[in-house]
Design a protein around this ligand. Structure first.
Ligand SMILES: [Zn+2]
Length: 282
């Protein structure tokens, strides 16, 4: 992924952000440990896209207008994006803009809904609502201004109590409802999803995935997971198989992974946010 013209190696996140002039600013505050005292979802924002994007130049971040559907033969259809350069072109963004690092989450979900999940793609083609259950959001809660695409229920133990149950309409085409709790306990109260996603989920690291995976197996809804490195993918496959799930979407590189390389201190291997995608029940 050598198309970008900003430094793409962030072994020291603070230094990387500093080199781009966005350290401790806007949504980037969740990209290093400097704001780790601030619970996910509760970063104070002054308001405005310019602040959210940490004062980047106006031409370096996308406006908040949703993608316009393309008209083909008089029929409106969603724009299908297959790589970052298409997105940057569509939004007329310079390749020096680092926003791909934050937009990786929304674009990965968009890619799953429009390219990997046939069911949700068909719904979008018919301009019907797609309901996504998003498991275990953390920093993404503070990056919601960066989204703008879909209807999502984000559920996880990290959702702050005072935000639980709130719905925010970020644009006419995107609503997010936040729910604090554990998926398998809350699922009966939630709208039944067309697709379940969990990003950078580190399936091998959290024992509480077990209950959620049992439920995914029971309801048979397509579920997609991203992991940051191939080793984590190998571990995730074992965890999924151990839960009795069959991997129907094999591990593939995600075209909308973050281009920014991190050094995983425990394994000393490079990793990328949303590096690889795999799926079950697909
Ligand atoms: Zn920092």
């Amino acid at each position: 992924m050598k198309i970008f013209m900003f430094p793409c190696s962030a072994d020291q996140p603070c230094k990387w952000l500093e080199s781009l002039g966005i350290h401790q600013k806007g949504m980037w505050r969740m990209k290093c440990s400097c704001y780790s005292h601030c619970p996910f979802g509760l970063l104070p924002v002054k308001g405005g896209l310019w602040d959210s994007w940490g004062g980047l130049d106006e031409e370096e971040y996308p406006g908040d207008l949703p993608f316009r559907n393309q008209l083909r033969d008089g029929i409106s259809s969603p724009i299908l994006l297959s790589c970052w350069s298409e997105y940057y072109n569509l939004r007329s963004l310079p390749l020096s803009s680092p926003i791909a690092d934050i937009l990786s989450h929304s674009l990965t979900i968009y890619y799953i809904l429009t390219a990997l999940s046939i069911n949700s793609k068909n719904l979008l083609l018919k301009e019907k609502e797609v309901i996504v259950t998003y498991l275990g959001p953390e920093g993404e809660m503070d990056w919601m201004p960066a989204s703008g695409i879909i209807q999502t229920v984000m559920i996880g133990p990290e959702v702050p109590t005072n935000l639980s149950g709130t719905t925010s309409g970020i644009s006419s085409r995107f609503r997010v409802k936040l729910v604090r709790g554990v998926y398998q306990e809350e699922a009966t109260y939630l709208p039944s999803p067309h697709v379940i996603v969990a990003l950078n989920c580190a399936l091998d690291r959290y024992s509480n995935w077990g209950g959620a995976l049992d439920l995914i197996k029971a309801i048979g809804v397509p579920a997609f997971f991203t992991e940051q490195s191939e080793i984590l993918c190998a571990n995730a496959k074992q965890v999924l198989r151990g839960a009795g799930l069959r991997i129907t979407h094999p591990v593939t590189p995600n075209p909308f992974r973050s281009p920014v390389k991190n050094n995983n201190s425990s394994t000393n291997l490079h990793s990328y946010s949303n590096g690889f995608v795999l799926g079950v029940n697909t």
